[in-house]
Design a protein around this ligand. Structure first.
Ligand code: HEC
Ligand code: HEC
Ligand code: HEC
Ligand code: HEC
Ligand code: HEC
Ligand code: HEC
Ligand code: HEC
Length: 354
């Protein structure tokens, strides 16, 4: 299906939703689902005293909708409100001796119905009920992925988010009045850059790089090699400059060009060597960073717990090198050549000699 045909189908769905809102008879046929607002007072009265703030029990907070649907860290980071049946941790915990008796029968029934109805945030009708919950397949992120992000790129589409919401990356010219309950995107996407903040679609909040938040986006974490490159370490005291070191030549502030097209482009900054390449089949990195006649020349992006010491990429000192202490000639290194300091211009593609 081409993009515009997809657009029309989607617009049709949104319209159908509006017709339903207008048509009260249709709504009355089904029992309205129990929504977060119905259970919030129960959680507030019986749970929040122990499950709030920095020292919340089980590191689990019940202060608002998003905290309530999040994961409990132990034993394996399971979402508290899934699956949508009595085995969800938020319900099964009520059987335990230390939680039994906290809720009366009616309250237990209310909470149980909320879970089995899908832990819906609010009884709203413009969007699907679980539009806010990243673990369901009808949430807004999925919708945007499936529409190739066009509703936040193209303000002329009939389903463009900026038609009703302030804070969309693609505001619609001339729209200044919004439906009162259509939340500003930046109320939730409150980091600088709003929705286009890098952690919205990869990484986790202020952390721009993969892997994603493991509570919302479950599955094997991909991209864990990002951290050792981007965070300062013994071999890399300042961390790399940013994404452009390995994903070169793209403006990542927009979703145009090859950004966001579903293909991961790895192209090294030319300083890593004229022939620096990445093999996405084998995850192998052929760059001058590692291949310096050291003990570990072959590295792959998905190798876990690689412990690179000072002899891994080049030997210390390199073969045939001066035997004087390193700091005679190099900056930011101890005499023994075992520790680099924050001043070391290390792994910047240049050999720095003072
Ligand atoms: C008096 C303090 C207290 C109150 C009140 C309380 N909890 Fe807890 N909760 C704990 C403690 C302590 C733990 C961790 C020990 C455990 O797992 O039982 C815990 C753990 C949990 C867990 C994690 C269970 C797991 O599988 O790891 C959930 C979910 C939970 N509570 C939900 C609730 C809910 C819902 C309420 C309100 C109905 C509530 N708690 C009220 C103290 C409390
Ligand atoms: C009520 C809170 C809330 C509002 C309002 C909201 N979002 Fe989100 N959005 C989230 C959450 C939670 C996530 C999950 C990722 C995260 O934690 O940042 C998310 C993720 C996304 C993603 C990433 C999707 C993906 O698949 O990775 C996009 C894009 C996005 N939102 C766009 C928007 C736009 C555009 C608006 C305004 C029209 C908006 N959001 C309004 C809560 C919200
Ligand atoms: C035709 C108007 C309209 C369009 C277009 C629209 N929304 Fe909404 N949206 C609303 C209204 C009204 C609400 C609040 C009431 C409701 O959900 O029924 C809402 C609620 C939301 C919420 C939940 C906010 C909260 O506080 O719980 C999110 C998230 C959201 N929209 C994201 C989007 C995204 C992303 C797009 C673009 C794909 C979009 N909306 C397009 C009108 C619209
Ligand atoms: C609205 C969603 C969204 C936002 C916001 C976003 N990206 Fe992306 N980005 C993607 C998608 C989709 C991909 C393709 C890979 C994938 O599907 O995981 C991608 C891929 C990338 C890649 C891998 C190389 C490539 O081109 O495929 C880099 C680097 C990147 N993004 C950087 C950024 C930076 C930096 C920001 C913030 C300035 C940012 N992105 C914001 C959606 C987004
Ligand atoms: C040291 C090199 C390097 C740096 C720096 C780097 N990346 Fe990557 N990135 C990679 C490689 C290699 C892959 C491909 C992994 C694969 O093949 O699955 C990748 C994959 C990705 C993906 C796709 C998801 C995944 O893990 O497969 C995204 C999104 C991404 N990078 C974003 C970023 C962002 C955002 C930054 C900057 C904050 C960044 N990268 C910095 C090397 C790097
Ligand atoms: C007498 C001055 C001097 C001393 C002492 C010295 N170096 Fe060097 N080093 C150089 C010069 C000049 C270069 C650039 C030319 C070359 O590559 O040989 C260099 C280059 C290097 C390179 C890059 C070589 C490559 O593989 O491209 C490394 C790594 C290095 N030095 C490590 C060390 C370490 C570790 C020590 C201490 C154990 C040390 N050096 C001591 C002068 C010195
Ligand atoms: C990931 C591979 C790698 C590891 C591990 C590594 N180096 Fe290097 N080192 C390089 C590269 C590549 C260069 C060449 C210059 C550049 O790109 O900065 C270099 C250059 C040097 C130089 C020459 C001065 C300079 O910065 O150009 C010294 C001294 C040095 N390394 C010391 C160390 C010490 C000490 C350790 C252990 C703490 C270490 N290296 C671990 C890759 C590595």
């Amino acid at each position: 299906m081409n993009a515009s045909a997809h657009g029309r189908r989607v617009a049709g769905l949104l319209l159908a939703a509006f017709v339903l809102v207008g048509c009260n008879e249709t709504r009355e046929l089904a029992e309205p689902p129990v929504v977060y607002a119905d259970v919030e007072p129960i959680l507030e009265e019986h749970c929040v005293e122990c499950h709030s703030g920095p020292s919340a029990e089980a590191d689990y907070r019940l202060e608002d909708y998003f905290q309530t649907i999040r994961c409990i860290p132990d034993p394996d980071g399971q979402p508290a409100t899934l699956p949508s049946d009595p085995t969800a941790p938020i319900l099964s915990v009520l059987e335990r001796p230390d939680h039994a008796g906290l809720l009366d029968a009616d309250e237990t029934k209310g909470l149980t119905n909320w879970i089995t109805d899908g832990a819906i945030p609010a009884n709203r009708s413009t969007h699907p009920g679980q539009w806010n919950d990243p673990r369901t397949d009808v949430w807004h992120g999925n919708y945007l992925r499936e529409t190739d992000w066009q509703p936040i790129v193209d303000p002329t589409r009939s389903d463009t988010c900026g038609l009703c919401h302030p804070g969309s990356p693609a505001p619609v010219d001339g729209i200044i009045n919004f439906p009162p309950d259509a939340t500003d995107c930046t109320d939730c996407h409150s980091l600088p850059g709003g929705v286009m903040s890098c952690g919205t679609c990869h990484g986790d909040g202020p952390r721009a790089y993969p892997p994603r938040d493991q509570c919302y986006f479950r599955g094997p974490p991909v991209g864990y090699s990002h951290e050792p490159h981007l965070e300062p370490s013994a071999n890399n005291p300042r961390g790399l400059d940013g994404c452009q070191d390995c994903h070169f030549g793209q403006d990542y502030t927009m979703l145009d060009g090859t950004h966001g097209n579903g293909v991961v482009d790895v192209e090294f900054d030319p300083v890593w060597g004229p022939n620096a390449t990445y093999d996405s089949e084998t995850f192998a990195c052929y760059t001058t960073c590692h291949v310096r006649r050291g003990t570990t020349p072959d590295v792959a992006w998905n190798e876990k717990d690689l412990n690179l010491d000072c002899n891994a990429c080049h030997q210390s000192p390199p073969l045939g090198h001066s035997t004087l202490t390193c700091n005679t000639c190099h900056i930011g290194i101890n005499p023994e050549g075992t520790i680099l300091t924050i001043e070391a211009p290390h792994c910047d593609g240049k050999v720095d000699v003072k």
